[in-house]
Design a binder for this molecule. Sequence first.
Ligand code: ADP
Ligand code: 5SP
Length: 489
Amino acid sequence: MFLGIDIGSGGTKVILLNKEGQLVEASEISYSFDVPKEGWSEHDPNEWWTATLKALTKLFEYNDPAKVEAIGVTGQMHSSVLLDSQGAVIRKAILWNDQRTEVECKEVLNHIGEDKYRTLTMNTLFPGFTLPKIMWLKKNEPEHYERISTVFMPKDFINYKLTGVVATDVTDASGTGIFDVYNREWNSNIIEELELNPEWFPPLYESVEVIGKVKHAVAKAIGLKEGIPVIAGAADNAAAAIGNGVFKEDKGLISIGTSGVVLVPIKNRPDKEFLTKTNSSLHIFCHALPNTWYAMGVTLTAGESLKWFRHAFEIEDDFQSLIMKAKAVGPGSGGLIFTPYLSGERTPHNDSNARGVFYGMNLTHRKGHFIRSVMEGVSYSLKDCHELIKNIATVDSFVITGGAVKSELWSQILADVLGVSLKKSAQFEGPAIGAAILAGIGVDHWKTPDEATEKVMNKDLITPNEEHCDLYEESFTKYQDIYKKLSAK
Ligand SMILES: Nc1ncnc2c1ncn2[C@@H]1O[C@H](COP(=O)(O)OP(=O)(O)O)[C@@H](O)[C@H]1O
Ligand SMILES: O=C(CO)[C@@H](O)[C@H](O)COP(=O)(O)O
């Protein structure tokens, strides 16, 4: 069996995949990230490790850990884990949806030159990326900056706890802002220009490469056999794509987890000419198989918008009961429109000051209208991403994954808003499954992801309802107008 571990933003998920690619068991330990200030988000990496151990204890309650043959870890992207020279965590990780570094992004882009920076990395610099966080620390927390010995991502930290090896992979390095996505290597130009220490950035691997073996003490504590290989693993969106068989340009992935993404593999290696056709709010990153790349639009607060709504209004109902209330309301939520910019937005606005709005409230609106409008608003934001992706890739079909896939209504709303058929993944633990598949490839059990996924990818097809599509098309225009009218940009 192969073990997949996913350090999600809302919980750590662990899964076991058998050698036929079937999901044997899954377990999750949920948590929430800290929001110490408006626009900030942080999480203690040690909590991710504790959650991993707890989730594994649950997973192995009725499964034999000695049957695990390889391990793949994945996790949220960009969230900076900083270690000192003793391997201790210096401070809480600053997460992918943190917006504190708008000034540092501008400073870096001014220093290097915006066009040059984009050519060097294939991307613009978003506040959630790792580089501006390092620059922020230099200015605001010099006592922490001085202690930095390693900069890596959440899944790399778990790999380090498992193996003692400091490493990262090309998919996560892509989201640091210090990485040459075209050549799949650290960008020495940026490192030199910004006077960063090149030793902070770990040795690079392709996602499927083995970085080391589980340490004796850890193997003993979990009950694993001695010497189990751990692969480098991949960023969560790349892993989710692999877990859903999305690694060629014919198929795309849409995910609604804490964040929302629209992802398509790119046909050819992305070059300067490709960049001229590509909106700069899209991400161009290395994919999890050697010599492959993808383009991605990101909505920062997707599933998290519904979670926020539940907390903000102290609603006791679970997601299922909450969504029942939305079901009773017709498409369009009686004219109520929500913009999900609760922690700024990347695609299409790249605006850390964008904020959420409920627009069009009237005396007829009830709780169900608000819940449905949140689900619709998140879907509109993914339509914004989809529109930009359509300009650069022709994709025959999209698979939908993430926690929101548990809801039939949300999946249908998304199909109606986008006006495209969606294949709904049978499993919502896409990233963890993808990590386990990559582990299977890493130890030569499978050659390609579809050898693992073809038997298990039973996906329901969700076809859009044409009447609803027309209505949503009109609401989408109003949704876009809200940002245009209220934006401070
Ligand atoms: N039963 C459900 N119905 C609809 N949405 C759900 C349900 N359970 C969870 N979600 C949504 O899924 C999100 C979490 O998705 P998940 O993929 O687990 O996120 P992450 O990987 O970021 O931790 C929640 O924020 C919530 O909006
Ligand atoms: O920042 C991004 C992608 O660039 C996010 O997609 C994070 O990778 C978090 O993912 P989830 O926890 O929502 O899966």
